[in-house]
Design a protein around this ligand. Structure first.
Ligand code: KIV
Ligand code: ZN
Length: 529
């Protein structure tokens, strides 16, 4: 029997969130995010889609083995289609967790059945019964999702969900896969399921909500679903995810916490003071910036600009503030470190920022921190975050490493870059290229050496702090084609006090990702579905 007032938080940043174009994380980054999610207090971590690639399988396995073994560990889940091979992979990866879960799904809308799966409604029911039962034979905790539930015939949905419950599912997740529903409509859908599917009213089966944000209604729909009886919310940090994204974890959690009377004293297990920290980590590791006006975690979420507001705030913060910034983890202290700071102080700061590094990683980070201190008098949290994301980035599939970079540019000459890269076998490759600007020259040169046909589609440079000695944080997205001519987006980032060096390293990181993906022929999220 579940506590009827508790809303479980199922975080899918590492699965649905990672399906954001270009957001691919490497193993070290996924582990770091998973540890932070555990610290945040999420109930379930969907660690990935184990069958998608050997890399995804390894990441889910390692998260199950490490984070899934912590004291009070969250449940570790893997997604699986309704297919034996998928379910075997999911179980193979999550079985190491103290509390493993298999999350299996099959579409139920007529559009998906007819055009995508090309199966009838009765085939669909048969497959759900068969594969939920198979998942249950391996794992006690089975979640079933009828994909595109938001556009499915509700009565057919009840029938499918009843079969899933009879086959052993204990969580029924109701995805508004394409972000189509209106809040009242989605609330009614959940209410109908609660009333018509056995096991829910008895407290034996939990209904879960999973909303996409195509019409900007993901949070509203999620809350409407909770009001209608759902007790699990599937969410991502910063709302990242396919297309317009998923429901943002921080928004749902803070809505429930800020308006307890409205929601009838529902609560979550989230330590809200970890929200900003988690948001920053996910943003910097995925290279997806948080918009300044984003609720709860945006840089301006608690900034009061208008004179009238500032005056009110000075008289009493309640005039314009519905939550305290400290309650969501906006820093009261942002201690700066400098060249006199020792390893211990540095390690301590990292821990407070949510990073848990191995001894080797810490040694490397500390060495880079010391080098940075030679160039920069004071080192802030933002500098450290940039330094760490750069370090994690280089733990990825580095097919080529940057060894040397030289750029000549000016008002009267054509920019020219010469680059030296080291490949996986330790062999050096050098070349030079012209460009219509210095960054373009560096990118052209990297393309010549690696043979990648990469096209720069996005370039962001951001000074991490103020001042002439600021670190430049560069995020780049490139478009590359696979052998079948399909286009994919890959991102890379780097931080350095030299903007051109940061640009070269970021571009190379994106190209490395692309080459690795194309080499592994890993399906993109869209092909997976
Ligand atoms: O949006 C969706 O339908 C999903 C399911 C696979 C759960 O992410
Ligand atoms: Zn989804």
């Amino acid at each position: 029997m579940f506590d009827p007032n508790r809303v479980l938080i199922f975080d899918t940043t590492l699965r649905d969130g990672e399906q954001s174009p270009g957001a691919t994380l490497n193993l070290a980054e996924k582990l770091e995010v998973a540890r932070q999610l555990a610290r945040l207090g999420v109930d379930i971590i969907e660690a990935g889609f184990a069958i998608a690639s050997p890399g995804d399988f390894e990441a889910v396995t390692r998260i199950a083995q490490e984070v899934g073994q912590l004291e009070n560990a969250p449940v570790i889940a893997s997604l699986a289609r309704c297919a034996k091979k998928d379910i075997d992979h999911a179980w193979g990866a999550v079985q190491w967790a103290r509390r493993p879960r298999i999350h299996t799904f099959l579409a139920t809308s007529d559009i998906h059945l007819q055009y995508k799966l090309k199966i009838s409604r009765s085939d669909c029911i048969k497959q759900v019964g068969e594969f939920v039962a198979y998942a249950k034979s391996l794992c006690d905790d089975v979640e079933f999702s009828p994909e595109d539930a938001g556009r499915s015939d509700p009565e057919f949905l009840w029938e499918v969900l009843t079969v899933a419950v009879q086959a052993g599912a204990t969580t029924l997740n109701i995805p508004d896969t394409v972000g189509y529903c209106m809040p009242q409509e989605y609330g009614r859908l959940i209410e109908g399921i609660v009333q018509n599917v056995p096991g829910i009213k008895e407290g034996k089966v939990i209904v879960s909500v999973h909303c996409h944000n195509d019409l900007g209604l993901a949070t509203a729909n999620t809350l409407a679903g909770i009001m209608a009886g759902a007790r699990q919310a599937e969410v991502t940090i910063n709302g990242i995810g396919e297309r317009a994204g998923n429901t943002a974890l921080e928004e749902v959690v803070m809505a429930l916490k800020t308006r307890p009377q409205f929601f009838g004293n529902l609560y979550t297990n989230i330590d809200t003071t970890q929200l900003v920290r988690t948001s920053k980590m996910v943003s910097s590791l995925t290279s997806i910036p948080v918009q300044p006006n984003k609720a709860i975690v945006g840089a301006n979420a608690f900034a009061h600009e208008a004179g009238i507001h500032q005056d009110g705030m000075l008289k009493n913060p309640l005039t314009y503030e519905i939550m305290r910034p400290e309650a969501v983890g906006w820093n009261s202290t942002n201690l700066v470190l400098g060249k006199h700071s020792g390893r211990h102080a540095f390690a301590d700061r990292l821990r407070q920022m949510g990073y848990e590094l191995s001894r080797e990683e810490l040694d490397k980070a500390f060495e880079r921190f010391k080098l940075l201190c030679d160039k920069k008098k004071v080192v802030s949290d933002a500098d450290i975050e940039a330094l760490l994301t750069d370090q994690f980035e280089s733990l990825g599939n580095d097919i080529f490493k940057l060894d040397e970079l030289h750029v000549t540019t000016g008002t009267r000459n054509t920019p020219v870059a010469s680059v030296r890269l080291i490949d996986e076998n330790g062999d050096a490759h050098e070349d030079a290229a012209l460009g219509n600007g210095p960054v373009n020259a560096v990118c052209n040169c990297i393309n010549r050496i690696t043979g990648a046909d990469a096209k720069l589609v996005e370039f962001h440079v951001h000074a991490v702090t103020e001042g002439i000695d600021a670190i430049a944080n560069v995020t780049i997205r490139v478009e590359m084609q696979d052998a079948e001519g399909r286009k994919h987006i890959f991102s890379g980032r780097s931080a350095d006090t030299d903007t051109l060096v940061a640009s070269g390293k970021a571009y190379l990181a994106a190209v490395n990702r692309g080459l690795a993906r194309i080499r592994a022929r890993k399906p993109t999220p869209i092909e997976r579905m």
